[in-house]
Write a protein that binds this ligand. Structure first.
Ligand code: 5GP
Ligand code: ZN
Length: 140
């Protein structure tokens, strides 16, 4: 099982080293090799899914179920005040490794780890059209 060309499959299988913090039947978590802050952790399904677009809901639920205790452990261990949980999907959204993963990034006031959040505004009627399109896609 696993894609031998996928770095995270190889980490899940133990074929290449990683600083693992958690291993379950469905999930594994390990320190990001390029941390945005000490304790920056990646949580992944052991099975290969490229992104949230192709994972099964059951696997996603099993892996996501680890988020609360992992988040608490990271906060307790690092003394962080908060945490960002981030899931990048696709290259345009910053996904570099094509194996589904959550980033858990410890945060504290004044850490200057800001994300650009350029909030926009809908034009008159635009949100109705966008909402309708999403609802139609959900029901397709
Ligand atoms: P993405 O940009 O795909 O959301 O995030 C990929 C993350 O994986 C990056 O933050 C990067 O530092 C991390 N990463 C890439 N290769 C390795 C590796 O071989 N080992 C570990 N521990 N992290 C990795
Ligand atoms: Zn993989």
């Amino acid at each position: 099982m696993g894609d031998p060309s996928c770095i995270f499959c190889r980490i899940a299988a133990g074929d290449i080293p990683a600083a693992k913090v958690l291993d379950t039947a469905e999930a594994t978590a390990f320190l990001d090799i390029g941390p945005l802050a000490p304790g920056h952790t990646l949580l992944i399904p052991r099975q290969h899914y490229e992104s949230i677009l192709d994972v099964s809901p059951a696997i996603l639920a099993a892996v996501a179920a680890e988020l609360p205790r992992l988040a608490r452990a990271i906060i307790n261990a690092t003394g962080a005040e908060g945490l960002n949980v981030l899931l990048n999907t696709g290259a345009s959204a910053g996904q570099v490794v094509p194996h589904l993963h959550w980033h858990l990034i410890p945060r504290r006031a004044g850490d200057h780890l800001g994300f650009r959040w350029n909030a926009g505004r809908y034009a008159e009627g635009e949100s109705d059209a966008v909402r309708s399109a999403i609802v139609a896609a959900l029901n397709a």
